[in-house]
Structure formats: C-alpha cells, structure tokens
Design a protein around this ligand. Structure first.
Ligand SMILES: Cc1cc2nc3c(=O)[nH]c(=O)nc-3n(C[C@H](O)[C@H](O)[C@H](O)COP(=O)(O)OP(=O)(O)OC[C@H]3O[C@@H](n4cnc5c(N)ncnc54)[C@H](O)[C@@H]3O)c2cc1C
Length: 331
C-alpha cells in the first residue's frame, strides 16, 4: 500500500473564513489516516496575500501535517477553472491517495471538473467515510431517492469524495501539529478568465440559518397539523434556548418554511439535543439528525421508526406532552 496521504480542500468563504466543513473533514481524515499507516493529512488553500497568519492556527490545531498555499490578490474571487487547474496540477505532483472536498456550492462545482480531468471516480454528497480492509476509501451516500445507503469504492487514484457539511464534527481535542506551510508558485497564466464573476446575489443558503449552530432543536412533522402547532414548538424551543426545525412532510403542507427542513434534501444538523415531535422517522429525515448527541422523540405510534434512532422515546400525543413540558419548564 502506498502512503501518499489524504488531501483536503480548505475552502475560504466570502467572509474570508475557512469553511467549517474543512475542520469537520480534517477530524475525519485524521481518523482515516490511522487506518492508512498514519498517512499525512494535507490541505490545499487559495488565499489573498496577508491572510495566512489568520488561518495558521486552524490548521495546526486540527492536525494538518502540510498545507499547500497559493497566494495572490486574484484569489479574492473564486474561479472554477483557475482553482480546478491548480488543484489538478498539485494532485499530479503529490499523488494523494484520497482527495476530500466539502459538498458546498464551491466544492460541488470543483470536484467533478477535477475528477473528470484526472479520469478518476468521485462519490458525491457522502454522509460517511471509512477505510476498508484493503485500505480503500469506502464512501457512503444515499441512493434510490434516499431509500438505500450505498457504500462506493473507487479503483482509480485519487479516490475522490464530496462530503455534506455537518455530518462529521470538528475535533474537540487540543491538537498541536507541526504543520508545514508550502508556498506554491502562482503564474499569470494560471489565471483563466473565460468566465468572469460579474455580481454576487445573496441566496437563501447564504442567509445565516440558526439550525447550523443550534445546540437544541425542536423539530415538528406532519403530525403537528398546522402552523399553530409549530408556534407551540417555538415556545418549547425558546424555553430551551434552541430553535425550530421541520420534516419535509410538514414543509410540504406549508406548516413550516423550507429553510428549516432537516434531512436528505434539507439541512444536516448536529445539536446536543434534538426533539422530534410527530415525525415518523423516514430515512430521508433521519440521515440529517444522526449526528445529534441526544434524540428525544414524541409520537403516538409506538412502532414509529423514529424510535429506532432515538435515545429517549415518549409514546403519546404531542398536543398533550409538549404543553406539559412547556408548563414544567416555565416553573
Ligand atoms: C428524494 C426524497 C427526499 C426527501 N427528503 C426529505 C428530507 O430532507 N427531510 C424529510 O423530513 N423528509 C424527506 N423526504 C420525505 C420522507 O420520505 C417522509 O415522507 C417525510 O420525512 C415524512 O414526514 P413526517 O415524518 O413529518 O410525516 P409522516 O411520515 O406522515 O409522519 C407523521 C408522524 O406523526 C405522528 N403523529 C401524528 N399525530 C400525532 C400526535 N397528535 N401526537 C404524536 N404523534 C403524532 C404519526 O404517528 C407519524 O409517525 C424525502 C423523500 C424523498 C423521496
């Protein structure tokens, strides 16, 4: 088995922060590296001059062994072709075993271009990663409309995958790695401007969504029966210092906005406490919540599948249980 390491894409967002998904990937990559004879964990970064000092701690504290740094004013604006070409050349040079990218808008844009240029496989939108007994990346993603989970192996190198934000957690250890920062030369001809960014219009994804950082989420399903049902959940969430989420069943019926939908076609969440109210527990919903520390479910059907993924189950009517909880918390 060769040991050229795991390369991660360190995406810088519009606010000049490294995207949180990078730190989630860094933590997972360190775990994978142990199964690959401690293969080095590396990152590739495109940045404006003068920013690296701000980023250094993030790399050393998340256990990155080596960072390939491309620095130039022109990296202020993301360019698919420029970034992809530089990454393709870097991969040809260092030949990593594995290349992982966050399944963000940018990552989803870059990854297929890189994989097709390198004639290698790409497993997109993964929700889990492992190393199998043959030392290959085993990338898991939902398939057949979320009815099944498929674990996909890639026979070519690098083995590439994009991973949804929030499926892994960043490290909570205090790692301090001796990270090597390697400046890569950038030439004028590296900048390709066949496509130019004219204007950026903020979309719904860019609006800060409380679900990303909430420690407590009270989510409702179809069984909440109306928007008023969600008002009751909001009251409970407020008392717990949390926020409200919803299943697609509730969103489709207009009880809650799509921005708070959780699951395969919504958000993946990782709160300390997730309270599922009148949600049946379809796999398309539960894939988005299994990173929660503790799941409490309230459902009047004792056989509801949501109980299979819950730490605590309450069999009962939400319209009786939730008001009781609110009453107790108010006291
Ligand atoms: C491609 C695809 C993508 C999808 N993506 C998502 C996604 O991102 N997120 C998502 O959530 N779903 C998604 N779905 C839909 C998913 O399959 C389910 O249909 C959906 O999650 C069901 O929502 P629900 O649990 O609210 O409704 P239901 O399945 O109808 O469940 C309602 C539950 O409420 C309980 N209940 C009713 N009344 C009460 C009461 N008074 N007290 C207590 N319990 C009560 C019932 O027992 C039942 O278990 C997707 C489906 C497909 C095909």
């Amino acid at each position: 088995m060769t040991n050229n390491g795991i390369l991660l894409y360190a995406e810088v967002n519009r606010q000049d922060y490294i995207h949180t998904v990078f730190f989630e990937l860094a933590n997972k990559a360190r775990e994978l590296s142990q199964k690959l004879e401690n293969a080095p964990v590396m990152a590739v970064l495109f940045t404006k001059p003068g920013m690296l000092d701000d980023y250094k701690e993030g790399f050393t504290y998340s256990g990155i062994d080596k960072v390939f740094v491309y620095e130039d004013e022109r990296f202020e604006k993301y360019s698919t072709e420029t970034y992809a070409n530089l990454i393709i050349n870097l991969i040809k040079e260092i030949q990593p075993e594995i290349f992982l990218i966050g399944a963000t808008n940018q990552g989803r844009d870059l990854a297929p271009r890189i994989s097709s240029a390198l004639e290698t496989g790409l497993t997109a939108d993964c929700i889990d990663l492992d190393i199998n007994e043959k030392g290959m990346l085993a990338a898991t993603r939902p398939t057949f409309g979320g009815q099944l989970m498929a674990t996909i192996l890639c026979k070519t190198k690098p083995q590439m995958a994009t991973i949804r934000p929030k499926v892994f957690k960043p490290t909570n250890e205090n790692i301090h790695t001796e990270t090597d920062f390697i400046y890569k030369p950038v030439k004028s001809e590296d900048f390709i401007d066949n496509v130019q960014l004219v204007e950026f219009i903020k979309g719904i994804e860019d609006v800060k969504n409380e679900l990303d950082s909430a420690e407590v989420i009270v989510a409702g399903g179809k069984g909440m029966k109306s928007e008023e049902g969600f008002e009751m959940l909001k009251e409970l969430a407020d008392l717990l210092g949390g926020t409200v989420g919803a299943s697609r069943g509730a969103v489709d019926l207009g009880y809650a906005p799509h921005t708070i939908q959780i699951g395969q076609t919504g958000k993946t969440v990782t709160p300390k406490l997730y309270i599922a109210c009148a949600i049946s527990g379809a796999i398309q919903h539960t894939v988005g919540i299994t990173g929660s520390d503790h799941i409490i479910s309230i459902n009047n059907d004792p056989n509801a599948p949501i109980f299979d993924v819950s730490d605590t189950g309450i069999v009962g009517d939400v319209f009786e249980v939730v008001p009781k909880l609110i009453e107790i918390l108010k006291k």
